[in-house]
Every structure is written in structure tokens, then in C-alpha cells.
Write a protein that binds this ligand. Structure first.
Ligand code: MD3
Ligand code: FE
Length: 203
């Protein structure tokens, strides 16, 4: 639990470099089946700087029509590939929640990508925490409270770190201010991958 944000658990170095390599190999194989796409903002169509794809029965997408979860890839029309067992096992160990996640959002950040402050509210079930796994270059993560514009704290997320957002932190504003280029050798061409695991429906 981290000071001003009850329910936030930071697990630095949860994955050692060998486990990070193994996870990356699994992800590469699955992302080959479900290519990264560039989401756009609802209504305006402004592109995100982050590219994304999903694994699991439901995937989060954003397009001109809005934000939603859907069972298929927006470009290929195929179901999202399954969430790798080693990723599910992390959820089972750290979430404290008795059901598996349905969505694993895979975010890819190039050197200048960011994610503006937002809350994750497209799920039906806020009883489950959100679990995040970071790979590749480090990034500055910022988390506030339940209201936009409140006090915030920053945390550097590095390759192999796991973050669990339960309790009050589940509905907190959060975002990625910047990626710190050249801080990891995991990805040959640099950049950062974040996996965000979520329960979407009420079990
Ligand atoms: C705090 N992703 O995909 S992960 C997202 O690094 C997202 O790609 C960021 O925010 C990333 O929605 C941050 C950490 C994270 C994820 C979900 C949260 C923090 C959270 C939900 C509630 C509070
Ligand atoms: Fe989020």
C-alpha cells in the first residue's frame, strides 16, 4: 500500500530478466496473430500515441463510436488470442480475486508516446483490481485520486515491475507522463510494453 493511494500495491522487480524474456517471446507470438492497431478518440478521431492490441475473451477498443469491450480484433475480425498462462499466473498470485481476468490490454509505447490522465470505468466489475505488468523502457506513471485535478504522486515503472490497483485506487485518475528512452535492453528497438489485466463482467 502506497501512502496517499490506499489499495495501490507496487511490486518492483517482480519478474527477473529471464521471466521478462519468456513473457516477451509469448507476447510476440500472440501479437503476430492480433497486430497492434492505433486507437482513435471518440468523436474527434484523434489518434492515440500508444498502439494497442488485446488478449483474452474481451478486448478494450476506442474508435469514433466510443470506448468498449469486444470479443474480436477491429481490423482482422478474429477473436483475440488467449492470455498466456504465465500472465494469468501473475494475476492469480497478486490480485486476491477468485476469478480470472477477461481482458489483457497490450499497450506499446514508442519513445514519445504518453497516456493522458483518465479513469478505467468501462468495466462492470470494480470489485476486481487492475493488474499492470511493465516491460522494456521505464516510464513515469502518475496517479491521483477519484477527482480530476487533485493531488498526484509519481512512480517510475521499470521492466519487470507489477502494479496492483485495488480498493480506492481502482477508480483513481492515472496516466503515463513519459517514457525514459534507453533505460532497458529488453526490446531491441526500445520502447515500452504495458499489460493491463482486467475483469470486465461480474462473475
Ligand atoms: C490505476 N495503462 O491501459 S498501467 C490503461 O502504463 C493504463 O499503459 C497505463 O492506464 C500504462 O488503462 C498504466 C497502470 C494502471 C492501469 C490501470 C489502472 C494503473 C491504474 C486503473 C486504476 C488505477
Ligand atoms: Fe488506465
Amino acid at each position: 500500500m502506497s501512502g496517499m493511494t490506499p489499495g495501490l500495491r507496487y511490486l518492483p522487480g517482480y519478474l527477473d530478466p529471464t521471466a521478462q524474456q519468456a513473457m516477451l517471446a509469448e507476447l510476440r507470438a500472440r501479437v503476430a496473430e492480433a497486430p497492434l492497431f492505433t486507437p482513435v478518440m471518440p468523436r474527434t478521431g484523434k489518434p492515440f500515441s500508444v498502439r494497442m492490441t488485446n488478449l483474452g475473451p474481451l478486448g478494450w477498443v476506442s474508435d469514433r463510436a466510443g470506448y468498449r469491450y469486444q470479443p474480436t480484433h477491429p481490423d482482422t475480425g478474429r477473436p483475440w488470442p488467449p492470455i498466456p498462462e504465465m500472465v494469468l499466473n501473475i494475476w492469480r498470485k497478486v490480485s486476491g480475486y477468485p476469478h480470472d481476468p477477461e481482458a489483457c490490454l497490450v499497450n506499446f509505447y514508442g519513445q514519445s508516446a504518453k497516456m493522458g490522465p483518465h479513469r478505467d470505468t468501462d468495466e462492470e466489475d470494480f470489485a476486481a483490481p487492475v493488474v499492470s505488468i511493465s516491460l522494456g523502457d521505464s516510464a513515469i506513471f502518475r496517479i491521483g485520486g477519484p477527482e480530476r485535478g487533485g493531488k498526484t504522486q509519481s512512480l517510475k515503472l521499470s521492466s519487470g515491475d507489477v502494479l496492483v490497483m485495488g480498493g480506492q485506487s481502482r477508480l483513481s485518475y492515472h496516466g503515463i507522463d513519459r517514457v525514459l528512452p534507453g533505460t532497458s535492453t529488453l526490446l531491441k528497438d526500445g520502447g515500452r510494453i504495458n499489460l493491463t489485466l482486467r475483469r470486465v463482467t461480474r462473475p
